[in-house]
Ligand binder design. Structure first.
Ligand SMILES: Cc1cc2nc3c(=O)[nH]c(=O)nc-3n(C[C@H](O)[C@H](O)[C@H](O)COP(=O)(O)OP(=O)(O)OC[C@H]3O[C@@H](n4cnc5c(N)ncnc54)[C@H](O)[C@@H]3O)c2cc1C
Length: 479
């Protein structure tokens, strides 16, 4: 089976980059039944960001070539460029840094282990339709808007770097394994269709033609043509390359200088005014204080560890752990001419449990012929990998795609989503020059381009459209 169309395939160059590792910390017990599927809407007590689990066989990071040997003193920008710090280099922080560079800011990114948390685990489904849950209209509006931000984002990245983005425009299939699952999936499909979303039923024969490796006898399937995917690890590489690229003046009018990096955890933030009455932000790290004109605080769950953030409203974050399995399809499993076992992302329900299988392209630079299987959703206090969840994921994946059993097991990764009570993130200016952007929960890869553009607009004081104002209202702190 082919790899599907792939506008993401570009000439590649892959510098060797290795990020520093981070130490695991034990998580206070907060026991809930491990679940998969819809996130709990209940708020849980705050838990240390450092509890985000790191159970993975490899952490290949993209940032360090740019950051290796970063001096203690921050690279000074040209006099005219406002100096903005971005705290946290997950997908959200990095894309925000990119938008700020495009807006002419001199950006410094602070992170002890760039790209190593939730963004490292994520499958990267860009699935505003497949992710629809009952009663989440505002979140769905955000997801739909964010999906539309990807093409213009890719244009800017392609103008800056030849590094591929990791995007694939192959569709998603919603699959019900047995008759009970069929009723549940059909209910959700009717909600999606009532909202005008394109979700098309697939006959058994069409499904078999499209994906012959799927198990025979699956109860029912639907196609969502517009739910695509991006490999978040590759996207991070691409954005890092853009952040440090020499930008061609014919493509970029007034970009900021190359981004600077500090491989250090931020412990505190203090806001003051300078002699002229302009806001100044002092950021404390293990290496000492650094001063900026503004800051975007986007450390995912790490938010709860930073002192001094102006806090009119609490930001109730909780870790929602997910276990993700990464397989590689062996060449021996494929017929001549086939690139993968499946071409579409399969979002299945098996005996009441959701499981997804996300096929990476045969030529994916980081995960060639990869198959990402996930994801559990646990609030049981276990920061490490949950054995039962992995077993269920593999069983359910094999029930849908039996050849999973013959594939190579490459990696099992556990990380925590920065969960919020209503599944919506928190994005807003909390004092002059201080923008908070966190809580992207289970949709942060999808939401990141919208989040990045809006956070940059708040920093730069860009006029907001009516739609943007509404998106910010949906993400307002203290809502
Ligand atoms: C198992 C799993 C599967 C997922 N699948 C999908 C999916 O298919 N599609 C989707 O859209 N979303 C998915 N998500 C959700 C998505 O991964 C997150 O919402 C998103 O990655 C959040 O990005 P972020 O940049 O806000 O945070 P993170 O990626 O967690 O990055 C935060 C960064 O901040 C740094 N940091 C923390 N504390 C500090 C500090 N004090 N100082 C400086 N830096 C700090 C960390 O080192 C880290 O690099 C998934 C998540 C998980 C866990």
């Amino acid at each position: 089976m082919g790899s599907g169309s792939a506008s993401w395939v570009q000439k590649a160059r892959y510098p060797q980059r290795v990020a520093p590792s981070q130490t695991d910390t034990e998580q206070p017990a907060q026991t809930r039944t491990p679940t998969r599927g819809a996130e709990s809407a209940n708020s849980a007590p705050r838990t240390s960001a450092a509890t985000a689990a790191k159970t993975t066989s490899s952490v290949s990071q993209a940032a360090s070539a740019a950051t290796a040997g970063v001096p203690r003193s921050i690279q000074r920008a040209p006099e005219s460029a406002p100096r903005t710090a971005v705290v946290g280099a997950g997908v959200v922080g990095l894309l925000t840094a990119w938008q700020l560079r495009l807006a002419g800011h001199a950006v410094t990114i602070l992170d002890p282990a760039p790209g190593s948390e939730a963004s490292h685990a994520a499958a990267g489904m860009l699935a505003p339709i497949g992710e629809v849950q009952y009663g989440q209209q505002q979140l769905w509006d955000l997801m739909t808007a964010a999906r539309a931000e990807y093409p213009p984002l890719f244009q800017t990245l392609a103008a800056a770097t030849a590094e591929p983005t990791g995007y694939r425009d192959t569709p998603s299939y919603l699959v019900a394994a047995d008759p009970g699952d069929k009723d549940a999936v059909a209910d959700l499909v009717s909600v999606q269709q009532a909202q005008g979303m394109t979700v098309e039923p697939l006959t058994g024969s069409r499904l078999r033609r499209a994906e012959p490796a799927l198990a025979p006898g699956l109860a029912k399937a639907w196609e969502v043509p517009s739910d695509h995917q991006v490999n978040p690890r590759q996207l991070i590489r691409c954005v890092n390359a853009a952040l440090t690229a020499e930008l061609d003046p014919s493509s970029f009018a007034t970009p900021g200088p190359r981004a600077s990096w500090l491989h250090s955890a931020v412990t505190a933030i203090e806001t003051t005014d300078d002699d002229a009455g302009s806001p100044q932000v002092t950021i404390t790290t293990g290496e000492g204080p650094h001063t900026f004109d503004s800051v975007v605080i986007s450390p995912g769950l790490g938010y709860t560890e930073i002192r001094g953030i102006p806090q009119e409203h609490p930001v109730p974050l909780r870790p929602v752990h997910g276990d993700v399995i990464r397989l590689r399809v062996r060449e021996e499993q494929l017929a001549p001419g086939e690139g993968h076992l499946i071409s579409a992302t399969i979002r299945a329900r098996v005996a009441g449990r959701p499981v997804y299988l996300v096929p990476r392209a045969p030529e994916d630079p980081l995960e060639p012929r990869g198959l990402v299987i996930g994801a559990s959703s646990r609030e049981d206090g276990l920061a490490g990998t949950h054995t039962g969840s992995v077993q269920e994921l593999l069983e359910d994946a094999a029930a849908v795609l039996p050849a999973v059993r013959e594939s190579e097991l490459v990696e099992i990764t556990t990380r925590a989503r920065p969960g919020t009570p209503d599944d919506r993130p928190y994005l807003g200016e909390v004092s002059p020059g201080v923008v908070v952007s966190t809580g992207y929960h289970r949709h942060g890869i999808l939401l990141a381009p919208l989040a990045a553009r809006l956070a940059a607009a708040l920093v730069t004081g860009t006029q907001l459209s009516q739609n943007d104002t509404e998106y910010l209202e949906a993400m307002r702190l203290g809502r």
